[in-house]
Design a protein around this ligand. Structure first.
Ligand code: DOR
Ligand code: ZN
Length: 351
């Protein structure tokens, strides 16, 4: 097959940042995707309905001309979040999820949750109104090995929260382990999981073997190969509970290449090419549309997109820029480490 038409995909986990970075990265996602769940981990974070209204208007102001891209806003859960403010933000149609960061788990998570009892009223309200909770599922305890933090989170935090809040709709974000796949597969339809592009193609050797490669460092950190294979099987299975959330997380090279560099892979430009490669390699091109364009809207109770994109398989490899320029410096584009043959066809009206 050399051409594949898909309903236009959505990205159910995306970092757009703000200011110069927002202006530089937004066109990359808007070129291929119709909608994205926009992460709220700015400094200061997007906590209240008013913060989301203001951030949405900054995104709209940065929108490239002619783009038809809809940011789906989220709120950052803090111990001071107000259930009524969250409910009003959802009722207005602006906010589609609330993001739970355990305090200290990742980039800009200092305002996240330490004491989960304190967010109980918000979670109860969310269960009542059906608003999804997007969960960064890692414990932060120093005594828990970083490669075990996701699995421990499921047992110690996620499962107890779900049992204590019946009906709460949860998305396990950017899952990285076979433990998370197994947990997700065993639950009812109040639970879903996003999978990133990069976790389908790298394992921890890519980060650490033969030299340290900061551009492959993200959180949750990539795990051993058996976990990557479990993620591949889940993503390509077509099961409704698994869908794409790229977690495309731009940082300038200057910030990635520090002695204590930032976590994040910037996959927005070549995500669709990489995914087509992965699904083709696994004999599952017929499941790609479910992963990128159907399962996410079903969970978020939104219509699927009417428009389509076309992917073309080229005989010679397609190339992407090594980095995109921003006013703050270059941002390296994720390198999958193999040649890419699939590319999104240019759309009518674009150059
Ligand atoms: O790698 C990551 N980068 N993981 C996260 O959870 C946050 C993200 C970011 O904001 O840079
Ligand atoms: Zn993220």
């Amino acid at each position: 097959m050399t051409r594949l038409t898909l309903r236009r995909p959505d990205d159910w986990h995306l970092h757009l940042r703000d200011g110069a970075m927002l202006r530089a990265v937004l066109p990359e996602t808007a070129a291929h995707f119709a909608r994205a769940i926009i992460m709220p981990n700015l400094v200061p974070p997007v906590v209240r309905h008013d913060d989301a209204i203001a951030y949405k208007s900054r995104i709209d102001a940065a929108m490239p001309e002619g783009a038809s891209f809809q940011p789906l806003m989220t709120l950052y859960l803090t111990e001071d979040s107000d259930p009524n403010d969250v409910a009003a933000a959802a009722a207005s149609g602006l906010v589609h999820a609330v993001k739970l960061y355990p305090a200290g788990a990742t980039t800009n998570s200092a305002s996240g949750v330490r004491n989960f009892d304190k967010v109980r009223p918000v979670l109860d309200k969310m269960a009542e109104i059906g608003l999804p909770l997007c969960v960064h599922g890692e414990v932060v305890d120093d005594d828990i090995d970083i490669f075990d933090r996701e699995a421990v989170f499921i047992d110690r935090i996620l499962d107890p929260i779900r049992r204590a809040t019946p009906g709460l709709r949860v998305v396990m974000e950017h899952i990285t382990t076979s433990d998370a796949v197994a947990y997700a597969e065993a639950q009812d339809d109040t639970l879903a999981a996003t999978i990133t592009t990069h976790h389908l193609v790298i394992n921890r050797n890519h980060i650490l073997a033969g030299g340290i490669r900061p551009h492959y460092y993200c959180l949750p950190v990539a795990k051993r190969e058996s976990h990557r294979l479990a993620l591949r099987a889940a993503a390509t299975s077509g099961q409704a509970r698994f869908f794409l959330g790229t977690d495309s997380a731009p940082h300038t090279d200057a910030n990635k290449l520090l002695p204590c560099g930032c976590a994040g892979c910037f996959t927005a430009p070549n995500t669709m090419s990489i995914l087509a490669h992965v699904f083709e390699e696994d004999g599952a091109l017929d499941k790609l549309e479910a992963f990128t364009s159907l399962n996410g809207p079903a969970f978020y109770r939104l219509p699927v997109n009417d428009s389509t994109i076309e992917l073309i398989r080229h005989d010679t490899p397609v190339s992407y820029p090594e980095a995109i320029p921003t006013e703050d410096g270059p941002v390296t584009v994720f390198d999958p480490g193999f040649p890419l043959h699939w590319a999104v066809a240019p759309q009518e009206g674009s150059d």
